[in-house]
Write a protein that binds this ligand. Structure first.
Ligand SMILES: [Zn+2]
Length: 271
């Protein structure tokens, strides 16, 4: 599943290919993915309008024109690609639009249909965005914020940092990696962390996300970056999906189910 670094990588790729161009021949191959697509409004806001900006909020990719915003969430298996108009459309393509004055098109494909396509005149109108927590790479004093939010929260720390109402963009991979880097067990309750641990964890989250963005994200199974090439952070994972012993202490890495997801950790290094 694409997480924050993957989405950021897609945004950077799209930015180069689409910003300054307008979209035409906007085509919705279905009018519903996980939810109804506001096809009419999307066309109104985008047909013939130059795309002024492309940015990310949480895991939403946001395109801006003078008239409003288009929102795209990749869900579990969504791919937003820029490619030659001449290529045949793959199965499960839900949306295409030509990028004016180029030979390319924008294509959204999502076999598992957990993705979303939306349009709003003002960002404040979006109920998808209104419930999102803070951005881990932008929030000032992230440690202080997390510590405050965790008061009286007995949920496991891993679930806590993956809660997008608190912190956006930290999914299973980066939560596992950050907790390993910070030496904190994913099983601890959120309210048991002390100040120095919040500081360590916040620094780990930020440095791992930054490293992953630089590497172009982590490619897993059906995820591709916008240009079609693979991400490279998968080579730098320390615990997630690891069958090898811990790289710090050589103890076997433990794998367990936690709230329906796989968790990997080292019971020696993570307390
Ligand atoms: Zn270890």
């Amino acid at each position: 599943m694409p997480e924050l670094p993957e989405v950021e990588t897609v945004v950077q790729g799209l930015s180069l290919a689409v910003t300054g161009h307008s979209l035409s021949a906007i085509t919705f191959h279905r009018d519903k993915i996980r939810e109804e697509i506001p096809t009419q409004l999307f066309r109104e806001l985008f047909e013939g309008q130059p795309v002024l900006d492309i940015f990310r909020r949480g895991k939403y990719i946001i395109l801006r024109t003078d008239l409003g915003f288009g929102l795209i969430h990749l869900g579990m298996s969504g791919v937003l690609a820029v490619e030659s108009k001449a290529l045949p459309l793959p199965r499960h393509t839900h949306f295409t639009a030509d990028i004016d004055s180029t030979s390319e098109r924008l294509r959204f494909t999502d076999p598992r249909r957990f993705g979303r396509l939306g349009a709003v005149k003002n960002l404040n109108d979006s109920i998808w965005l209104s419930s999102l927590g803070v951005e881990p790479l932008i929030q000032k004093n992230l440690a202080g914020y997390l510590g405050k939010m965790a008061k009286n929260r007995k949920v496991p720390i891993k679930n806590f940092i993956m809660d997008s109402k608190i912190l956006v963009g930290v999914g299973n991979i980066y939560a596992s990696e950050s907790l390993f880097d910070a030496g904190i067990s994913p099983l601890r309750s959120a309210n048991s962390l002390i100040k120095i641990e919040w500081l360590r964890l916040s620094r780990s989250i930020q440095s791992i996300l930054k490293k992953a963005i630089k590497a172009g994200g982590t490619t897993l199974k059906d995820y591709r970056t916008s240009g079609g090439e693979m991400g490279y952070f998968v080579n730098e994972l320390s615990v997630y999906g690891k069958k090898e012993p811990c790289m710090k202490c050589f103890h076997p890495i433990m794998q367990m189910r936690q709230s329906g997801r796989s968790t990997w950790f080292c019971s020696v290094c993570q307390k």
